[in-house]
Design a protein around this ligand. Structure first.
Ligand code: 13P
Ligand code: SF4
Length: 306
């Protein structure tokens, strides 16, 4: 254990803290964390931890979910400017307006949304269970946001439904703009035996040439379970650290420019400062937090689809 890891370990013990980190976090954060996972796995771990303090290494909506699930605990976010730009693309007013225009259509929101927008949802999902969450509704028309590419993926899996994207052009800047068809095609030419694992936030053209479309934990399970030795990873590059660590005999080719700057704002120094100074506390207004708890607990009952 190096000096930084030792310091984090001591502080964690002193504060009775658990460190939860998303799969896109920097290696130094993944190595210091008690749990590393996708959005769904992190909600589960936030719900079941008995630690007094949760330090959430990820972006704002993930830390807010942990805070909503644990009103009695101290939830810290080491950098409170680490926000998901896609979540900001769906203000609550857009949800309210869409509900008026499509009365009777349930609103299913991706967990990558603002807490204030979640308040108006009928269900939440992550990339791992979006298909199964939407399948549960008897209604044909479903309002779904904010990611148009995840909406496209769900629509393909559930042709009996009409998925109405909310807003029309919501997207992740990393997956939508930094993982282009040409990038994936080039890697496929260079590594013809490699399988392509893509996140459903990728554009339809990338989804079409992928072997599997998966959440980040889905990628970890698939890479481990398949006998293939090489994979092209069409998502944020941070997950390749964990893929390689857990599969040392396999090769993972990453999309070099697919880097989420917000995820990468959490660095070891900020994690240490967070534990030392108990910063930055994540607070969700109780009325909104209570609704989020109901929605997340309902979501956690749904099986993974990918
Ligand atoms: P996962 O839930 O699949 O980890 O994805 C979260 C995310 O933010 C993808 O950009
Ligand atoms: Fe948001 Fe995209 Fe970053 Fe995920 S990778 S946190 S969706 S900006």
């Amino acid at each position: 254990m190096n000096e930084i890891q030792q310091r984090i370990f001591e502080l964690k013990k002193q504060q009775d803290a658990v460190i939860l980190a998303h799969n896109y976090q920097l290696p130094e954060i993944q190595d210091a964390a008690d749990f590393v996972g996708d959005s769904l796995d992190l909600c589960l771990n936030a719900k079941k931890t008995t630690a007094k303090t949760i330090v959430f290494c990820g972006v704002d909506f993930m830390a807010e979910a942990a805070a909503a699930l644990n009103p009695e605990k101290l939830v810290l976010h080491p950098d409170n400017t680490a926000c998901c730009p896609m979540a900001a693309m769906l203000p609550p007013a857009t949800v309210i307006e869409a509900k008026k225009q499509h009365s009777g259509a349930p609103v299913v929101l991706y967990i990558n949304t603002l807490a204030s927008a979640k308040f108006h949802a009928d269900a939440l999902c992550t990339s791992a269970n979006a298909v199964n969450v939407i399948r549960r509704f008897k209604e044909k028309d479903i309002l779904f946001g904010p990611d148009k590419n995840l909406a496209y993926y769900v629509q393909k899996q559930l042709p009996e439904k009409t998925i109405i994207p909310l807003p029309r052009e919501g997207h992740c800047i990393v997956h939508n703009h930094s993982i282009l068809l040409e990038d994936v095609q080039l890697l496929k030419e260079e590594h013809p035996n490699a399988l392509v694992l893509a996140h459903p936030e990728c554009i339809p053209e990338v989804q079409a040439i992928s072997d599997y479309i998966l959440s980040t934990n889905g990628m970890l399970h698939k890479a481990k379970g398949l006998s293939a030795k090489a994979f092209i990873i069409a998502t944020e590059e941070g997950i390749c650290y964990r893929l390689k660590k857990e599969n040392p005999g396999k090769n993972f080719y990453k999309m070099e420019s697919a880097l989420c700057r917000n995820m990468k704002k959490i660095i070891a120094g900020r994690l240490i400062a967070s534990l030392e100074k108990k910063q930055f506390e994540v607070k969700v207004e109780e009325k909104i937090a209570a609704r989020m708890r109901e929605l997340i607990e309902e979501m956690l009952k749904v099986n993974r689809s990918n």
